[in-house]
Design a protein around this ligand. Structure first.
Ligand SMILES: [Zn+2]
Length: 298
């Protein structure tokens, strides 16, 4: 009996010791776990801070990256124009019923062109249809003016942009897209002269150009003139003017023919012939885009 009591007591003590140690071990493990968790949280915080800093650096560099990408694309494009014969067909002073016929011909040859719109002409169904087709069929819609009246436009910078903004707002309303390219009525050289004539100061021209720069709107003239604006120019003569003008461009640095045409009936009559001749010379066709190729007389 005594022995049994001793054995039970011994076992009790043993169990107490074992569980006691286990308790201590559990406490230690819990402590260690908490310490590890705290450490991990610290490490996590460190990573988060580092990620935050990197994200900020990326955000800071992103405009620079964008600028450099645009510059790179521009240089690549210009390099291409040194060897690739490229024609930019541009049509001023529309839209009208004539534009629908021009669009039909362009569609037939799968050529995209640039249209410099006179927005006051968007007052009838045919013109509105033409504008919609330009947008739907992948052409570039650019601004020429609301009212093509030199004596009003070139009185002052404010007069010019009052007209321009009216044109821009109407085109945006009809197409859902704000045009980013402009051609000054008369072209830049005549515009400068008209500023002197109607505004009494050539500096008005510089103010207009500065404003365009500020607004990031590309101003483009032409370097090949069809002379279709002259009623004495026959359709055949318009094509010859374009072909000889384009040929001259091939001896220049860039093989680019930025061709001035209008929304006129003799333009329609010459267009297929003009396209055929330019293709025969090895030209391909592109539209103008903001930040890309342009030509200016002044
Ligand atoms: Zn014009």
């Amino acid at each position: 009996m005594k022995i049994l009591c001793l054995v039970i007591t011994f076992l009790g003590l043993l169990l107490a010791v074992v569980f006691g140690f286990a308790g201590i071990n559990q406490k230690d493990a819990a402590k260690k776990y908490l310490a590890d968790a705290e450490n991990l949280a610290e490490i996590q915080k460190g990573y988060e801070a580092e990620i935050g800093e990197l994200e900020q650096k990326i955000a800071e560099l992103s405009p620079e990256k964008e600028t450099l990408t645009v510059k790179k694309e521009y240089l690549e494009e210009m390099a291409r124009y040194r060897t690739e014969k490229t024609a930019f067909l541009t049509f001023d002073d529309g839209p009208s019923t004539n534009t629908l016929k021009i669009l039909d011909i362009l569609k037939q040859y799968d050529i995209k062109a640039t249209f410099f719109v006179v927005a006051s002409k968007l007052d009838n169904l045919a013109s509105l249809q033409a504008l919609q087709r330009m947008a739907d069929e992948g052409h570039t819609i650019a601004i020429h003016a609301y009212n093509h009246v030199y004596s009003d436009l070139y009185q002052s910078k404010d007069a010019f942009f009052a007209d321009f903004d009216k044109a821009s707002a109407l085109i945006e309303e009809k197409t859902g897209k704000k045009p980013e390219i402009a051609r000054l009525p008369g072209g830049t050289y005549s515009a400068w002269q008209f500023c002197q004539q109607y505004g009494g100061d050539g500096a008005i021209f510089d103010e207009i150009m500065d404003e365009f720069e500020k607004r990031n709107i590309m101003v483009a003239d032409w370097n090949v003139d069809s002379e279709d604006w002259n009623s004495a120019t026959t359709a055949a003569a318009a094509t010859e003017n374009i072909v000889s003008g384009a040929r001259k461009r091939l001896s220049g640095e860039y093989k680019t023919a930025l061709i001035l045409m209008h929304d006129f009936s003799n333009t329609i009559a010459s267009l297929e012939n003009t396209i055929g001749r330019l293709k025969g010379m090895g030209f391909s066709f592109e539209t103008l885009h903001n930040g890309g190729y342009y030509y200016r007389q002044k």
